[in-house]
Every structure is written in C-alpha cells, then in structure tokens.
Design a protein around this ligand. Sequence first.
Ligand code: SF4
Length: 603
Amino acid sequence: MSFIPITRDDMAKRGWDELDVIFVSGDAYIDHPAFGVPLLARWLESHGFRVGIIAQPDWRSKEAFMSLGQPRLCFAVSSGAMDSMVAHYTPARKLRHDDAYTPGNRHGARPNRATIIYTSRLKEAYRDVPVIIGGIEASLRRFAHFDFWENKVRRSILFDAKADLLIYGMGERPLLELLERMRDGQPLRTIRDVRGTAYISREPAVGDAQTVQEIPSFEEVCADTGKFGEAFSLITHEQNPSCAHTIVQRHGDRLLVCVAPAFPLSTPEMDEVYALPFEKAPHPCYREQIPAWEQIKTSITSHRGCFGGCAFCAIAMHQGRTIQSRSVASVAAEVTRLADMPWFRGSISDVGGPTANMYGLYCRDEVAHRVCRRESCLFPKICRHLAVDDAQAVTLLKKVRDSPGIRHVAVSSGVRYDLMERQPGYFRELVGHHVSGLLKVAPEHFAEHVTTLMHKPGKKAFESFLRRFAEETRRIGKQQQVVPYLISGHPGCSLSDMLELALSLKRMGFRVEQVQDFTPTPGTLSTCMYHTGIDPASGRKVHIPRSDREKGLQKALLLWHQPAERGKIMEALRELGREDVAGELLAGAGTPKERRPKPPRRG
Ligand code: SF4
C-alpha cells in the first residue's frame, strides 16, 4: 500500500528526511478523491512534491504539529470537509456528540475554529514557515462574515488565523501555481497575483477600477447591516472568473485583497485528478469505522459546481457555478477499479455531484458567459443560453450500469426537478433504473414568497414533477415514491407559512421524516438575510425566525406524526388561532407510546 506519509517511518520508507508540504487536516485521512486534503496531496505528489499529512492532531500543544518535522516550503491547513462550527453544533447551537469524519464517529477530534487553532500551533512550532489556509472553512470565511455561533460579524479568517495566504474555492490550480513558484525560489510573501488566493496587505491592490472592486470595510459592515448587504451583493457578483474583479475589503489600517477566482478545471484536467492513485480506503492506522467513508465508499463523483443558486447553499461560492464534468471514460475507469475492490458487492450508491442532473451541462453562449454575473442559471427562470441537453448524462448512467460487476446503480445526489422538465431522457433513466424505491427531491417549501427568497422553483414545478414521476413509475410498473426535503425556519417563513406547508403536504399524502432547521452558515445569501433582516434583491424587510421557540414550533408542524412533537404542534396552533385544523393535521399521528427509528442526519 502506498498512502501519503503520516509518520517519520513512512517518510523513511520513501527515502525522505524532509517534506516539501505538510497538510494539517481536521478530518481523518481517507485516501479518496471525495476528501479535499487527500485529493490535493495526491495532486501535488503527481507534480513531484514530497507531501505528508497530519490528520486530526492534538491541538492542545504544538508537539503533534512537529511530528513530520519542518517542511521545506510550507504547511497547508484545512478544518476538513466541513466548517468546524457546523460540524460541532446543531442549528440550535447545541453540541453534537458525533463526528462522521472521525474514527468511531467520536466528537472532539478537532477544535472549534480549527483553521485558526491549527495555524496558531504551527506558528508556535515554526514561526518562519509559511502557512496557507484553505478548505471550506477558510473559503467561506474569507471576507468579513456573519458568525451565527457568536451572533456577530467576524473579520476575515485570514486576520484571526494569522496565516500567510488563503486559498478559496477548489485548490488544484492555485496551490500548484504557488508551490511551483516557491520551489523556483520565489518567497510566498511576494506572490500576489495567483487567482483563487487572498492575502493581507498595507499596500493598495495592483490594478485599477477596471480590475479592482472595493467593498464596504469590516468596520462598516459591523456597524451597518445595509453595508453588510451591499458588501455581500458585490461579492456574489464577482464569482465568474471570466469577468470577476479582485476584491478589496479594508480591515482597520490593512487590506484584505482577494484575487479573482481561479478558472474551473477542463474535462481532461478533471480526468487527470480523478485518475490519481488513491488507495480508496481510510489509512490503515485507524481501527474503527469512519461513517463518512462508509457513506461514500461506493459513490462516484461525476462533476463539480452548481448553477442552481439556492440562497441557503454555499456550494457555488466554493466550487463555482460552472459545471466541471469528468468524461464518461474517466468515470467508467473508476467503476472498473471499484468493481475490483475485495469488499465491493456490486452496488454503486451514487453517481453525481452537488446536483446530479447538471452533469455535462454548460453555457452555450461563450460571449454571454464571459460577462455573466447572474447568481443562478435557473432562477428566476431558466436562462436561454443554458445547454440542457441530457445526452451525455444518459450515456454516463448507461455506461456505469452496464459495466462488468455492477448489479445496481443509485443516484442519491439531489436533482433539480425544474431542470429535469427539459431532460426527458435523464428523467426516464433515473426513474427507470436509479431510484432505490425512494427519490429524494428538495422543494424546501411551498409558500411562493419563501421559495422566491430561497431561489427555488416553487410548488407548481414540484407538483408537475410529481405528476410525471407517478406517470413514469406507473408505466414501468415499479413501486417508487418521492421523499420531499424541507427547510424550516428560513428567512421569510412565518409560523403560518409552515402550517400551510404542513397541511399541503398532508393533503398530498406525504409523511415527512426529515426537516432541516435552517442554519445561517457563513457565505450564503440566506445568512445575509438572517443577519440583516433584509432581502438584498428587493431591499424589503423579511421575517426572521430567530428564537429557538419559533424554530422549534416551525419544525414540529411538519413532524405532525411524531408523538413527541404533539405539545409543540398544539402550542403553534393555539398561537395561530388555528385549533380548527388540529384534527386534520394530527389525524393518523402515532400515540405517545409509538416509537419510530431516528432518521439519519441529512447531508
Ligand atoms: S447559461 Fe445564462 S445565466 Fe448561465 S452562465 Fe450562461 S449566460 Fe449566465
């Protein structure tokens, strides 16, 4: 086996007494491309760098951070696949007791604000060695941002972490360019022009009004929610690498300079990344199961990016809006390797990406694409320049399904059902072959003013999808159902909106098992609304469910069938003066003695 070195012994086996780059990660080391740090480590290794990984070090002292010695070029720090605060706390700010990225599902293997703490220990250990921070936590906290857990605006994480540079978005291009220049002798502090990076400066950013956009300062966005909304809108309009400016945000007497985003990877580049020699296994040092590995071990990533622009989701801010697809041949080669794994039993749990039916889609008008600043290609309506041809996605699914050793292929990534209206071939493939009895789709809400704030297609599109799903399911003679995913407590959603949603779902015959209580995570439009109380698109005030009580009541209304929620449901109905619908809503609910298994955590 040839994992990336995690000990001095591993280094010695490769004949190395020093590494070029050492990654420090908040996740256990699983050598699989679904995890950012191992993917980047393999990527750098393939470009001739000597790379090591320190996974989930004990952060209480600097010793664990010195286990692989001092790297020749730099440390690269990530909190892991999730923001450490999102990983540690529930939407009600209660401590979680599990961690899917840790052996044994144990909580407590990484600190709160892992990027900041790890960088601090590294600077204690090696004051002069550069530290580059990246991953989802650094990426989405690159500007002054609202932090739900402290209920305040925090400055850019780069100031708090005291790192030398920040990489945002997908790291292959910026990290490789930085390290190649450092390998050639250029000090990191002088590299100020790499796309996808951010740094702190006392000097103005290089460029003029054509290339540099200043947004309201940290002090302004702290003091004035209007300025916060203005800064957020400016940032979201600078996501297209073809036309984005470098963004500058003043923090006191210093500047955060965020160079324009990196360009997305082409299909050959994506294929190159996914063909790297991953072991497709957790490091053998682990003795206990790692839930995140069990979840993804038979899944295949076909693409990155999302152009849906859902307001509560930060994927586009991190992965970009351009769909970066692998070739069918590249995915098929991964399926062949998977089929050879001794533990593989013939079932693939997913072929997808952030949104499964965006595979292979692109903007067909190059000129329009170069200057496009839309947040979504689908909302408020599908852009006429979007190529929605599903031929490549259909070919992909058929190819994977027909591969030797494959018995069943599920698509468990989410789908955009408004887009699928235009993809009859993909729809037939999906419903005919890739739904394991239940198809998860996410209308999120039905109230039009809420779905508009969410940038979701709304109830009519969902109903139309349901009709087509039922027709197709009947035609092929299968027993299949749709499972709707919903969000409670979203900006704009009142208790009465939630009651109407609950009643609509009940009349449609749905019994909802999972409801996501909205969490204002860094970097999303919904979080901006949560903090400011304003919809930046219209400038209008929106209702914000802030109290734990209101959030609890909203969620309970959708879980009418769970006996434990009955007290809250009655409280909500009394508050709304709608006890008249109690009989309808609670009909068929379990008795207090009835117990249902706890549903798995979503996402
Ligand atoms: S399809 Fe339309 S919205 Fe999407 S990138 Fe192209 S021009 Fe912009």
